[in-house]
Design a protein. Structure first.
Length: 176
């Protein structure tokens, strides 16, 4: 198998990894260069590393948006806004370690998804269609809004009122 195909295969593995894609990224780096049973590629180029890193970012995008999609709230795959916050933090740490910057487009997309999720949550809760599903504290939600650059949100008081109180929250993600 040629070098380009090996990198493409590993990028696919990273892109379709589980909940913590940077683990798959580091496993791929090990497999490609150090694993005695791997291809033994010496010195991955910037482009090759960038392809694998893009897979990590794409996977984080997918899992964060999954947890900001109202239609997913009743599905087993849903982990809640708190998990979206944690994954945004993990993505930020990964980017800092790799000296990357989460693209402004990604930040805007996630911010728009969060605002849409919160507006939907307010509408459904106020209409009595369902109980609140926010599993983060008001402080965590405020942090996330600031981190995503959401300035002057339309209804922050209504959003924060749907959050769990810090002392009432005892689960990891509210869904397990």
């Amino acid at each position: 198998m040629d070098r380009r195909a090996l990198i493409a295969d590993e990028e696919l593995i990273v892109r379709n990894s589980g909940e913590i894609p940077e683990i798959a990224y580091h496993n791929s780096l090990y497999h490609l260069s150090e694993d005695p049973e791997g291809p033994g590629l010496a010195g991955l180029s910037r482009e090759e590393l960038a392809a694998l890193q893009a897979g990590v970012m794409a996977r984080y995008r997918e899992i964060i948006l999954r947890d900001l999609t109202p239609a997913n709230r009743d599905l087993a795959i849903y982990r809640g806004v708190r998990r979206a916050i944690w994954n945004w933090q993990r993505l930020g740490k990964f980017c800092r370690r790799c000296r990357l910057e989460p693209a402004g487009e990604l930040r805007r997309e996630i911010a728009a998804a969060l605002v849409s999720f919160l507006e939907n949550e307010v509408r459904e809760t106020m209409a009595g269609l369902r109980p609140p599903s926010l599993n983060c504290t008001p402080e965590e939600l405020r942090w996330f809004l600031v981190a995503l650059g959401v300035e002057n949100p339309p209804a922050p008081g209504r959003w924060l009122a749907l959050c769990v109180a810090p002392n009432l929250y005892d689960g990891e993600d509210g869904h397990d």
